[in-house]
Design a binder for this molecule. Structure first.
Ligand SMILES: O=C(O)[C@H]1NCC[C@@H]1O
Length: 351
């Protein structure tokens, strides 16, 4: 058998959201921080992201991670998040998948009943606390990078929907957030396609009308991801919503094309951005839990730990917890005669 790549990946999911974790076969990534390594990967080996996420090895709802040596001396491991249209600087579901894989495969020693570790994401170092029993990671909690609101309740012209009210907030990724009622959509699983179309149109509009940059790293621009939010159905939760992870460019001339896939989890960075908005509106205080539900009913528990400042922005330090599971181990290969070294997309499920 001939091969130009052989990648070992532990397949995992966090509350339903697929997060493939590459544990072997990555090239050496140069850089003085995991952020720089991420940019090196993007510039020199973006084919790996495309190979692992597109067909025939991937699907529109899949995320992929590479475990890399950390650069921050205090960190136990680093990870780079690969998504369909971007390298996410931070990701809640992926941090949970990475932690579960690191501990359950022995890359980082598991200590029961609680393992604490520090992970260097491109957006910064996060403190992780994993509850473990009998070799299994039962729950992963982490303190996220600070979250803040750049624009609160501003008018946004969305193609096909008119002027809506939306907010732009950072939670580790840049989000545009609006009430689902602005679109007349209930963000339940069966309305997934309608939710994706509305969110992708909104994200496209927000990127044009409210471009934003992170004050500490101007290379982190957005918004790159959107969510619609709604009151809870499950009385054990505080809210729910749908987040669309883009899988291709939105084209206003083809508004029916599905250019994203819903996050199957409640989205960790999205929950943190949402908590920053709720805090800015006086609807969520420090120390209060916020249990957010996904369209498939899975939950993340968020909390505002304390208040801080990011540049000129008032910010929250959020924590988040959820569960992850390993679903398989795969050796992915690329034969030099394979006509699709960067995978492919097709309009039936990729827009
Ligand atoms: O949990 C999160 O933050 C994410 N899930 C997929 C898209 C985001 O990175």
């Amino acid at each position: 058998m001939k091969m130009t790549r052989m990648i070992t990946a532990v397949e995992a999911h966090a509350e339903g959201e697929g997060g493939r974790v590459i544990t072997g076969g990555m090239p050496v990534l140069k850089g003085n921080s995991v952020f720089e390594k991420m940019r090196y990967l993007e510039a020199h080996h973006d084919d790996i992201r495309l190979l692992m996420l597109r067909e025939p090895r991937g699907n529109p709802a899949l995320c992929c991670n590479a475990i890399v040596p950390p650069c921050d001396p205090s960190a136990d491991a680093g990870f780079i998040v690969m998504e369909q249209t971007e390298y996410a600087p931070m990701s809640g579901s992926n941090a949970i998948c990475v932690t579960t894989v690191l501990l359950e495969t022995g890359i980082v020693p598991m200590v029961e009943p609680v393992t604490t570790l520090r992970l260097e994401a491109p957006a910064g170092v996060i403190e992780v606390r994993a509850t473990c029993k009998d070799g299994k990671v039962e729950r992963v909690a982490f303190e996220n990078v600070p979250a803040f609101v750049a624009h609160l309740d501003v008018p946004l012209d969305v193609a096909g929907f008119g002027t809506i009210t939306a907010s732009i907030a950072w939670g580790g990724m840049w989000f545009v957030i609006a009430d689902a009622s602005e679109f007349g959509i209930d963000p339940v699983a069966e309305n997934g396609a309608a939710s994706v179309r509305a969110i992708e149109a909104m994200r496209h509009a927000a990127a044009e009308q409210y471009p934003v940059r992170h004050p500490d790293n101007p290379d982190l621009t957005g918004p790159t991801i959107g969510q619609i939010i709604a009151p809870p159905i499950d009385p054990a939760t505080h809210g729910r919503g749908a987040i669309s992870v883009s899988s291709g460019p939105f084209d206003p001339l083809r508004p029916d094309a599905l250019t994203g896939a819903l996050d199957r989890s409640p989205c960790g960075t999205g929950t943190c951005a949402k908590m920053a908005v709720l805090h800015a509106k006086g609807e969520l205080g420090v120390g209060e839990d916020y249990i957010n539900a996904s369209p498939i009913g899975t939950k993340f528990t968020g909390r505002i730990e304390r208040i801080t400042q990011v540049g000129d922005y008032d910010a929250i330090v959020p924590s988040l917890s959820g569960r992850g599971w390993i679903s398989g181990v795969a050796q992915w290969m690329l034969d030099p005669s394979d006509p699709f070294p960067e995978g492919f997309t097709i309009g039936d499920i990729w827009g």
